[in-house]
Write a protein that binds this ligand. Structure first.
Ligand code: AMP
Length: 115
């Protein structure tokens, strides 16, 4: 059995972070190293899907819940426009293998696209 992901540990309260929104199956936090004026992470409560390709194949309705919450957060924290990024694989910059969406908003530039 592998260790719980950093996001599971946040959800369980083992690592401090404010949960800024949640539904039955999805939650959101602020990214600890923001790349945009608003940089939030939307995360399924289950860590059974390691990336967006796994998630889309395994539970598309959960992926839709993530995009719904991203849109709600962009309305609440910015003007409603947002960039949604899923890194898939270490070569693309993925460091946490518990699928999550980066929600970037509030005045974006090219630097907020990633490295
Ligand atoms: P990725 O590189 O796509 O796997 O994204 C992982 C993201 O998680 C990075 O943007 C990190 O800054 C963020 N992150 C890692 N640890 C924490 C934490 N404890 N609280 C909030 N965000 C975190």
């Amino acid at each position: 059995m592998s260790e719980p992901s950093v996001f599971t540990r946040i959800l369980q309260g083992d690592i401090p972070s404010e949960i800024i929104a949640e539904t039955d199956r999805v939650f959101a936090i602020r990214d600890i190293a923001p790349r945009a004026p608003v940089h939030l992470l939307v995360i399924p409560k289950t860590e059974q899907y390691r990336d967006v390709v796994d998630l889309a194949a395994g539970d598309p309705s959960l992926l839709a819940e993530m995009t719904d919450l991203a849109a709600r957060l962009a309305d609440e924290h910015a003007d409603g426009d947002f960039r949604l990024i899923f890194n898939r694989g270490a070569g693309a910059g993925q460091t946490v293998f518990h699928v999550h969406a980066h929600v970037l908003a509030g005045g974006l530039d090219e630097g907020s696209l990633g490295d």
